[in-house]
Write a protein of this length. Structure first.
Length: 420
């Protein structure tokens, strides 16, 4: 493992040197979206400057070049996830669209009245609402897998729910609201043993560690490019070939057909059957640049750095009167969900914003989780490998100042001379 070098990493991300409210930006909202390395920005810009054309149906050199880059991007992302058969990787706008694809296509084909879907209490709305919409039209039951008080999944309750033979188990690999890393391989294995089809929302896992879909054990895997340092508006769904082949298309239009007449239409094969219309070509190519960037780094060193950031942030903040971290299980990514007793979360977020510190306050699109915690929402500081220990200290200092009601401005000069 090479030593972590956040200073070097920071230099790759132009946005990290902007100012917010006159202060150096401390960006701790990485779970909402990550910043983009220069290589991603340049790749997207270069595509529009010198490579822009539509893909798959052009009869000119530029289109052939754009098609090759677009399909190469698919292979890059597929290989990153351990997939040889890149036709099983479907481009989507992100995790939300990927899950909607499965709900509309696979769900409509397989779910019958009275069937059971298991979701997680901590699920993001993207892994709840598409299933509810389907359940409403098909009289399918939905049950939530509860969490223990320490934030980990309640295994006994999960096993009991699996005894009811759910048709679908839709899991999250990492909670976006708590940061908890769930034992996804075990959860998938147990769900498969109970006869379920298993979907995993990987949106919050891939920003922190690599995965191998050959060993994870799910049937569908969804993620978003913008959470892994790629552009917005691009993401993917991976599915087992036999499932994808048996599923009907969910959107109709150009690109996804083999032959159209007014009597009958036949559909293209994988992956095009699920990619109606002009895709986000620049987004896919930009995402592959993000993956090349990640592949060129030592992700073990990045993960170690993030874990040390997490420990440091918790250490610093634990000194603050009223700081209450929300229990997040035994293993978690570099994300701290917390309350500051006596202070409304939105007020705290506003105060931090005034100090140049970007965090998120609210329910984090996980309202059922907040209901089970008895909270309207939390404050969430989410770190990436490019954050520094000093930024964690600034978060703690700003919170401390708020608590002490010493609303003085943070020492900007110190921050500027620091690790940036
Ligand atoms: N699932 C999880 C766990 C998420 O954190 C998010 C984004 N906050 C989503 C799904 C939805 O992702 P997107 O908005 O990129 O589709």
């Amino acid at each position: 493992m090479t030593p972590a070098d956040p200073k070097r990493w920071r230099r790759d991300f132009p946005l990290l040197s902007v100012r917010a409210h006159g202060q150096p930006l401390v960006y701790l909202d990485n779970a909402a979206t990550t910043q983009k390395p220069r290589t991603v920005i340049d790749t997207v810009s270069r595509f529009y400057k010198t490579g822009n054309a539509n893909v798959h149906r052009g009869s000119h050199a530029l289109s052939a070049q754009a098609t090759a880059a677009f399909e190469q991007a698919r292979s890059t992302v597929a290989h990153w996830l351990g997939i040889e058969d890149s036709a099983t990787l479907i481009w989507t706008r992100g995790t939300t669209e990927a899950i909607n694809l499965v709900a509309h296509s696979w769900g409509a084909q397989h779910l019958r009245k009275g069937d059971l879907i298991l979701l997680m209490q901590s699920a993001h709305h993207a892994n709840i609402v598409p299933w509810q919409m389907l359940a409403a039209s098909r009289e399918v039951r939905i049950e939530a897998i509860p969490l223990q008080a320490d934030g980990d999944i309640d295994h006994e309750a999960y096993h009991r729910l699996l005894e009811q033979r759910p048709v679908l188990v839709a899991l999250g690999q990492v909670s976006n609201a708590l940061g908890t890393i769930y034992p996804i391989t075990d959860l998938c294995r147990e769900a498969k043993a109970a006869g379920a089809t298993v979907l995993v929302d990987g949106a919050q896992a891939l920003p922190h560690f690599d995965i191998d879909l050959n060993t994870l054990g799910c049937d569908f895997y969804a993620f978003s490019g913008h959470k892994v340092f790629g552009p917005t508006g691009i993401g993917a769904l991976w599915g087992r070939r036999e499932l994808l082949e048996s599923m009907p298309p969910w959107q109709g239009g150009g690109e996804m057909i083999e032959h159209v007449s007014f009597d009958a239409t036949t559909y293209a094969g994988l992956p095009f059957k699920f990619e109606a219309g002009t895709p986000n070509i620049a987004g896919a190519i930009g995402l592959s640049a993000a993956i090349h960037y990640l592949n060129a780094q030592d992700r073990v060193a990045m993960d170690a750095h993030e874990q040390s950031l997490l420990d440091h942030a918790l250490d610093c903040c634990s000194q603050i009167p009223g700081f209450r971290p929300i229990p997040s299980g035994a293993r978690r990514v570099s994300l701290v969900s917390f309350e500051l007793e006596g202070h409304h979360q939105q007020d705290v977020a506003h105060w931090l914003d005034q100090q140049g510190i970007a965090v998120r306050a609210g329910h984090h699109c996980a309202m059922p989780l907040m209901q089970s915690l008895g909270l309207p929402g939390t404050l969430r500081a989410s770190f990436a490998f490019y954050n520094t220990h000093q930024e964690a200290e600034h978060l703690a200092l700003a919170l401390e100042q708020l608590v002490q009601s010493q609303k003085t401005t943070l020492p900007v000069a110190d921050l500027e001379q620091s690790n940036y």
